[in-house]
Design a protein around this ligand. Sequence first.
Ligand code: C5P
Length: 408
Amino acid sequence: MLNGKRILLIVAGGIAAFKCHDLIRRLRGQGAHVRCVLTEAGARFVTPLSLQALSEDKVYTDMFSLTDESEMGHIELSREADLLVVAPATANILARMAAGMADDLAATVLLATDKPVLAAPAMNVRMWTHAATVANVETLKKRGVTFVGPNDGAMACNEYGPGRMSEPAEIVTAIDAMLATTGSLTGKRALVTSGPTREALDPVRYISNHSSGKQGHAIAAALAKLGADVTLVSGPVSVADPFGVKVVKIDSADQMLAACLAAGAVDVAVCAAAVADWKAAKPADAKIKKKAGAPPPALELTPNPDILATLSQPGPQRPRLVVGFAAETENLVANAVDKRTRKGCDWIVANDVSPATGTFGGERNTVHLVTGEGVEEWPTLAKDEVAVRLANRIAGQFGPPRSIKAAE
Ligand code: C5P
């Protein structure tokens, strides 16, 4: 799949650097050319010689080598690549990227590039969850950097948690997706709903749910990367607005429906939002007061509009493809198959949200795709990877495939 693709692999200084050997071997096995840039810290973990032997190419380490500059300057290094991969992406190199520093060859190449960048973070769990790293990752995502991982697990420092670099096979899958030769969505319009809704009880209280918006936002980003003109209608979430997507922020289900209808005709609609089923029948205009000795107020609820079912209704405005989600805690597939018919949508992405799976708010998702042709079981993937896979499947429904880069 990667035949002839040129990958510039930037190896920074972390214990996970040893996985680069396997990564290079796999990429070359798929026909890619791999050229390596090794940071000074990276060279403490792997040697230029081992990278050179596996890539069968020169390894670049020193920004100030005159020979390198005349042969292959930093601009040229990034210009000739189809994709830059930073693996391991340490807290340090992510911080330098976010700050726009150019203090060594790796950082300079990353600053000078106009090519897609994939980062595979690897660091101690506390470094990964530190506010500085969280902010740096958000900044880089906003600028269009794609992330794969990190995974949860035991670490070299005897701790456990998120921070392990993705396995080489997962990184190759992410690279495949970014350089996908599947169908393009250029010229297509997409609508995505994401996040929870908030249903007011009075001006200060509301009913809502735990949806983080991570999956819906990732889908909007993945569709945009395939060239679609994407409108994302989102409830209140803390995840950043995806790069290159028009975001409409709403609170309630009624507002979400109105925003979806206002988006006009679209080719594909993906309803990933966790819309509240009910709202207060009569939200109070003023804060409901506690009265000493009085019983708690009764909560009268009324159903919300079903946005997915509304968008799925037959008619000239109906999108060619409507995709719904089914979050289930039991009988996942049977309920999803039933939901597809009941709602009138084309596909259902079914995911198990029982608390043990950690899907709500977590980074990973295990889904089944229910289509008119049957049920596909997908492996457990990062939410970003589920999104890329779904976007590629959606692209496959529109027009003949043509060679594009997902990050164009
Ligand atoms: O009926 P249920 O909530 O299980 O269906 C889930 C699917 O329906 C999701 O795609 C969700 O975004 C959509 N939905 C909707 N409007 C509602 C309820 C659910 O669009 N009021």
